[in-house]
Write a protein that binds this ligand. Structure first.
Ligand code: FES
Ligand code: FES
Length: 156
């Protein structure tokens, strides 16, 4: 079937196979920030936004997102400028191998859209579905809190 959706703001049509996951389709069309860490919903490295809410793309059939807007980490930067979450992650040393990072970023985008001023416990809870084997969670949490501050300053 033809899947019609927008990916990082770009109207996109893809022929998909029955049962193909959103994760596999996104990677097939070049969105390789969407990582396959487990293929069964355990690690969060494939997290993307579907109409603004974070989902594990390996658990979603591609056919389910027809007509939606899907966002990946590759759509976060604009006009060559990193999103504050990306800048904070880089500046705060929150990226090591980076495998978990795109998924964490999408979980953080979802969190900050619902809760622009999260406390540490709320950030930790938002990241609970993401497994990082390298940096742990202290630096990613610090980075998300720093980015939340930057975004609030920009709005004021
Ligand atoms: S690859 Fe989707 S949750 Fe691990
Ligand atoms: S930075 Fe390597 S898994 Fe998180």
């Amino acid at each position: 079937m033809n899947l019609r959706f927008t990916v990082d703001g770009v109207p996109t049509t893809v022929v998909i196979a029955a049962g193909e996951s959103l994760m596999d389709v996104l990677r097939r069309i070049g969105k390789t920030s969407v990582k396959n860490g487990c293929d069964r919903g355990d690690c969060g490295s494939c997290a993307v936004l579907v109409d603004g809410r974070a989902v594990n793309a390996c658990l979603v059939f591609a056919g389910q997102v027809d007509g939606t807007a899907v966002g990946t980490a590759e759509g976060l930067a604009h006009d060559g400028e990193l999103h504050p979450l990306q800048s904070a992650a880089v500046e705060g040393g929150a990226v090591q191998c980076g495998f978990c990072t795109p998924g964490m970023l999408m979980l953080a985008v979802d969190l900050l859209s619902r809760n622009p001023e999260p406390d540490e416990a709320e950030v930790r809870s938002a990241l609970s579905g993401s497994f990082c084997r390298c940096t742990g969670y202290v630096k990613p949490i610090e980075a998300i809190l720093a980015a939340a501050g930057t975004l609030l300053e920009r709005r004021s």
